[in-house]
Design a protein around this ligand. Sequence first.
Ligand SMILES: [Mn+2]
Length: 470
Amino acid sequence: MINSTQKQIIDLIKRSNKILVLPSSPPDGDSLGSAVALYMVLRKLGKEVTVICSDTIPEVLQFLPNMKVIGNKTLATTDFIITLDLKNAKIEKINHSIENDKVNIVITPKEGRISEDDISFNKGALEYDLIITVDCAEVKQLRGFYEENVELFHQVPVVNIDHHISNTHFGRINNVDIMASSTTELLVPLFEELEKEEKMELIDEDIATLLLTGIITDTGSFQNANTTPKAFDVAAELVSYGARQQEIIQHIYKTKQLSQLKLWGRVLSKIQVDETYRIVWSAVSQQDFKDTNSSEEETGDIIDELMTNAPGAEVIILMKEKKEGTISVSVRTTTPSVDAAKIAEGFGGGGHTQAAGFRMNDIALRDAEYEVISAVKKYQTERVGLAGLTKNTETFSTPKFEKPETPIVKNSVEKPVEQHVEAPVEQPEIEQPEAEHSKENKTEFPAPERKKRQKRISAKDDGIVYKFED
Ligand SMILES: [Mn+2]
């Protein structure tokens, strides 16, 4: 059963012919998976569809089907229209000639006269009757596209499909479900309803692969806390539609460029730990990117990697010095009692309870690092009071989703981690990550049975969900 919002979206899609699909930036598996899956479904319904993403598509997602449909051009039409009012004259012929960088348009009247007052100028009109944004919490995640086309956003109905808690409900119709693991998860019931109403099979293997990619990347391959029963349920359903799960895992999690491995080495060697405030962080400079011959995108999911492998930490921070000089900061927390969004909001950013981010301008990386870590310490102090934050190496053990006050004791071989030389902190003790647990999957899975449709088992959505993506 679909709800009234979903019903409105379906009706609007059915009524529209020229649809503009906009994924959020920076693009990820969920935003691009959603946008291209939507493109393919709408094409099957005979719609004209344009997908525009202002950022480059990450290398790691290039394997996905139909990524070439994503355009990056600005939308504003460059047509300049000269209109001639014919109430005072009938036209015999129109000629044009180009001379010395000038175009002369020669209009010969059949009868009557043409005067300057009959001429008007217009910019070419944009012909869309529906805009659908996917995985986009606010218009600024469209990277200037909104600002350049404000008029369009006022003229054309906007459908906003997203799962970010920070969503500003900027659409005319807002299908925002913060309990959903990903935006692609929200598209599945819409597509299924369209299948029913249009009496045609829409979700093919490629579309199912795109949709599953969103769930896999947003749940960190079903490892993050936003992995709800429903996420598993919808994923299972997509596999039954023919989604190529192994292909996704192979490309996204098991293939790394040498440059990326080198960069990860850099990030890991620069890890710093504050045991008292339970913060683990690392900062990469432009020099690091240069030295390892890697790009800024290649830090990829390293923050999630840090999180799974930084025992005892409550706040994990990765700071990146971007080319243009800004510092981008990603914040993750291992417990819902530490609010990543709140920390990010302090710097003008935002996000989910356990995953957020923000940018800092006109500041050196070291100064940014100092400011951010100081702010997190202050946050941690206010949250539990100083008494709750006494240094306790025994506490610094397993990252369980438990109250921070509860000491977690675990027998483990503890090993010091290399220090970032620039900013001295106390020598941390950090547990060795367990050997490749759950990372390597040697079991060969049989290829999913294609085309076989299964009735979906409905899942309860009563779990508390925390998102991990910014
Ligand atoms: Mn998402």
